[in-house]
Design a protein around this ligand. Structure first.
Ligand code: CDP
Ligand code: CDP
Length: 214
């Protein structure tokens, strides 16, 4: 028998992974997990302790001490939190500490998970793998608008620079680097709004789920 239905949604920063994964989960009646929040919460704990997010021992301890309440914090987004998340995410012991939780979440009732390594490491046998991307300029534009919507004043050039830095850091780390799984479907949303991207993704997912059942 096939295991729980797991759908992996990976891709670079601000590609629309979270928005898309949440809507897919809703449409398919599956639980949703934003795995970036786990790394963000670990980074935040390390910053709160006044430590350097590259400190492996402190970051690992923070990952092991993570509680559900940490994921509800409202200060997990913004340039500091983004870079702290990416820094702790490069530490193998941090990734290892978060792995069981992600796998247990997906196995329980199936799930749509979004992140960087869902299709490559967390669920290499996911039923469907989407790699959602868009040009860096378009992703920076989306993140800028998102920040503005939250009342955060940001400089567009700085937002783009931060996204480029973080993608480079995520793609060049030795452990679980950002890259599409070999069997992932690449969904370039540069010219698609959120609605069109969702419609396309849902059709792709349904097609693959049906093919798997046949
Ligand atoms: O929303 P955005 O794409 O800006 O970031 P995120 O998905 O919340 O992830 C924040 C950081 O966590 C990323 O830059 C990665 O370094 C890390 N991450 C990861 O390494 N693996 C995951 N499965 C999810 C996030
Ligand atoms: O999770 P990730 O960082 O990849 O992106 P997100 O948090 O879902 O944010 C993407 C932003 O771009 C949201 O404000 C969306 O409304 C918008 N957007 C999108 O998600 N998909 C598109 N195709 C176009 C715009």
């Amino acid at each position: 028998t096939q295991g729980a239905t797991v759908i992996a949604v990976d891709g670079p920063a601000a590609a629309g992974k979270g928005t898309l994964a949440r809507r897919l989960a809703e449409a398919l009646g599956l639980p949703f997990l934003d795995t970036g929040l786990l790394y963000r919460a670990v980074g935040r704990r390390v910053l709160d302790a006044g430590a350097d997010p590259r400190d492996a021992a402190i970051a690992e301890a923070a990952a092991r001490a993570l509680t559900p309440a940490d994921l509800e914090r409202t200060d997990l987004r913004g340039p500091m939190a983004d870079m702290a998340a990416s820094a702790v995410a490069a530490i193998p012991a941090v990734r290892a500490a978060l792995l069981d939780f992600q796998r247990a979440f997906g196995r329980a009732r199936g799930a749509v998970l979004d992140g960087r390594d869902i299709g490559t490491v967390v669920f290499p046998d996911a039923r469907v793998k989407l790699f959602v991307t868009a040009s860096v300029e378009e992703r920076a534009r989306r993140r800028f608008l998102e920040l503005r919507g939250r009342g955060v004043a940001a400089d567009p050039a700085q937002v783009e620079a931060e996204i480029r830095d973080r993608d480079a850091q995520d793609a060049n780390r030795p452990v679980a680097p950002l890259r599409p799984a070999e069997d992932a479907v690449i969904l370039d949303t540069t010219a698609l709004d959120a609605e069109a991207a969702f419609a396309k993704a849902l059709a792709l997912v349904r097609e693959r789920l049906d093919a798997g059942r046949a």
